[in-house]
Each structure stands twice: as C-alpha cells, then as structure tokens.
Design a protein around this ligand. Structure first.
Ligand SMILES: Cc1cc2nc3c(=O)[nH]c(=O)nc-3n(C[C@H](O)[C@H](O)[C@H](O)COP(=O)(O)O)c2cc1C
Length: 339
C-alpha cells in the first residue's frame, strides 16, 4: 500500500481513538525521575516526537500517552497548501529509512490552532514547527514567520523556525546570515510581547562554516536553541529528503560539531534529531553533552515499542548508577557506567 495513504489513515484513527496506546502498552506515569530542563521548559521525558509526523495536529492526545516528553506538530504554514504531487513518500524497508518530498502539505494555521486548543496534552510539552507558504516570495518569508509566531505563541510551549526542508524551493537558502537576521529581526517585537522559547531547525547538509554562522545567529538573537537535523539530500536516491538510518551518521556529525561549539554556551540548547532508532543514539548524545532528542522514521518502522524500549533502557541506566533521577545522573557524565 502507498505509505502516505497508510500514514494519513493512521493519523485519522489515532486522533479518534487516542487511548489505544495506553490500552495496548499500559499507562506511562512520569514522575520527576525522567524530567529534564530543555531550553527553559521542563520536559517530562527526554525524547520528543519530531515535526512532520503529526503535521496537522490530528493526534496530540494519542502521542501524549506514549513515552514522549514533547510532541512537535507542523510544519504549519499561514495558509493551507496541498504540497507536492503524489507519490511523495517512499520507504526503504531494509534500511529503515524514508525519502519524502511532501512540500509542507498542511491544513493551515487557523485549523491547526483550533485542533491544538481542543487537545489534551497530558502534561507533555507542545512544540509548533513553522514554515513559509510555497507562494510566499523569499523576501517576504519573514511576514509568514511573524504571522505564525503571533498565532501560535499563545498556545505552544516552544516554537521552531523551519528553514531546512529540502522540499520547498528556495527554503534552505533562508539559512544564510542575511536572511536569518531578517527573519529574527521581524520576530523580535513579537517575542518581546509574548516570549516563547524559539528554536531554529537546520539541515545536515551545511558546511562547517554555515553551521558556525547559525550558532552565532542563535546566540545573537537569544534563541532557546537549535534542532539538528532535518532530512538530507542524496541525489542518487531521487528528489526529496532522506531520513532514518541512512541519515544517522551525517546527522550525528553535525550534532557533535554543534555540541562542541556550545560547550561554553549552556543557555543555547541543542535538540538532536536524525537517525535515532534506539537508546544507543540517545546515550551517545548524552555522552557528548546533549540532553533531548526527537524521533520520526524509527517510530514509523518500530511503532510505540521503540519508545517503551528507550524508556526501559533509561530506567535501567538510572538504577545501575544508583541515581535518583535523570537530572542527577547527567549532572556528572564522566562518572556514568554506560555498560
Ligand atoms: C515524511 C516526513 C515528513 C517530514 N516533515 C517535516 C516537516 O514538516 N517539518 C520538519 O521540520 N521536519 C519534517 N521532517 C523531518 C523530521 O522531523 C526529522 O527532522 C527527520 O526525519 C530526521 O529524523 P528521523 O531520522 O528520526 O526521521 C519530515 C520527515 C519525514 C520522514
């Protein structure tokens, strides 16, 4: 069956029957044991859902019953848009990877806002990922981000400026210094009026210089942090962005460069994403100084058991190290027994 058809219908069903997760897997009660302070918000669990899976905020109630600390919906654009022609989502089953060229298909800001307002987050953090409409000229992109900030700062725990999807023509060019400054300058008065932690989501295909420049931009504009990474381009596979295991190495390299650069800047957070398919990638991220990660593709292949497995592995790690909490465990990383 067509992967997008399955995805759309699953979202619809899970939106209608959110308690199916706890019926099958049992209820997950977080206490402070698993919580971490991420970019100024308290995440009850250090793994979140990456943008694009619940693009249209159809199933927040379902995802908020899984071992997830945060659910990021979107990318949402100001006006609804259909996205690229189908087929636009492809599975590489043996490689646990996906290729997509969706093009920000979504129901638009007004509809997403209403769904978010009617959702039950069950104590989870809610992020909203923001993008520009395809028909908006690049020089007007800042107007789209400003209007979205205004709409969603009322309801979100954090917001994300997404300029890293490979599927909207010219979008990744907005990662240039001048374009970024223009966008964040336009957001400044809105952020002063209604402050919400703001992240920038970046591509894995940037040069080292490009990454350095975006780190400086996030410092200068006092962002909560960066989200790294979005999907990668592999021309030999065809148009679109690759995610999952095929992305893992490239994504980890970018994350490590950022973690290294942020060692002296703890006020800038890095949320890691790209190729996380078990607790192994999360623990590696922790070893290198990171805190929270997101998942997408591995969830498509493994389902909720991916998250329950990570939950159990974290629980064991805390116990093995005789720590009371994850927070305490990560306060002295050199001393951790990872075996
Ligand atoms: C089908 C699909 C749609 C996606 N849509 C979005 C999106 O709308 N906005 C966004 O920021 N990232 C989007 N992503 C990227 C993911 O959020 C994530 O950054 C990327 O897939 C790497 O993580 P993974 O290897 O765990 O999938 C999408 C990914 C996939 C596979």
């Amino acid at each position: 069956m067509d992967p997008e058809f399955i995805h759309e219908h699953s979202m619809d069903l899970l939106g209608k029957f959110p308690s199916v997760a706890s019926k099958i897997f049992g209820d997950i009660e977080f206490n402070d044991r698993f919580s971490l302070d991420i970019g100024g918000s308290k995440w009850p669990f250090p793994v979140g859902l990456a943008a694009g899976l619940d693009k249209n905020a159809m199933a927040i109630d379902f995802f908020s019953r899984l071992p997830l600390g945060a659910v990021e919906v979107g990318t949402v654009t100001p006006k609804p848009q259909p996205g690229n022609d189908k087929p636009r989502l492809f599975r590489y089953v043996g490689e646990e990877s996906l290729r997509n060229r969706m093009g920000f298909n979504n129901d638009g800001a007004e509809t997403l806002l209403a769904r978010i307002e009617n959702s039950n987050r069950n104590g989870r953090i809610l992020g909203v990922n923001l993008g520009k409409n395809k028909i908006t000229a690049p020089e007007k992109a800042c107007d789209d981000y400003a209007s979205l900030y205004k709409t969603f700062s009322k309801v979100a725990d954090y917001l994300v400026v997404n300029v890293s999807s490979p599927n909207t023509p010219g979008l990744r060019d907005l990662q240039g210094e001048e374009e970024m400054n223009k966008i964040f300058d336009a957001l400044k008065p809105l952020r002063d009026e209604c402050p919400v932690p703001l992240y920038l989501k970046i591509a894995p295909d940037l040069s080292e210089e490009g990454i350095k420049s975006l780190i400086d931009i996030s410092k200068n504009h006092k962002l909560a942090g960066l989200i790294a990474t979005n999907t990668t381009i592999m021309e030999e596979r065809g148009p679109g962005g690759i995610s999952g295991k095929l992305l893992a190495q490239k994504s980890a390299k970018v994350r490590n460069q950022i973690l290294e650069a942020l060692r002296e800047t703890p006020e800038i957070e890095l949320i890691g994403v790209g190729g996380v398919s078990s607790s192994k990638e999360l623990f590696e991220f922790w070893k290198n100084g990171g805190k929270a990660m997101q998942v997408y593709t591995a969830f498509i292949f493994q389902g909720p058991s991916l998250l329950h497995g990570i939950y159990r592995d974290i629980d064991k790690l805390i116990k093995r190290n005789n720590a009371q909490s994850l927070n305490q465990l990560l306060s002295d990383r050199e001393a951790i027994d990872w075996t």
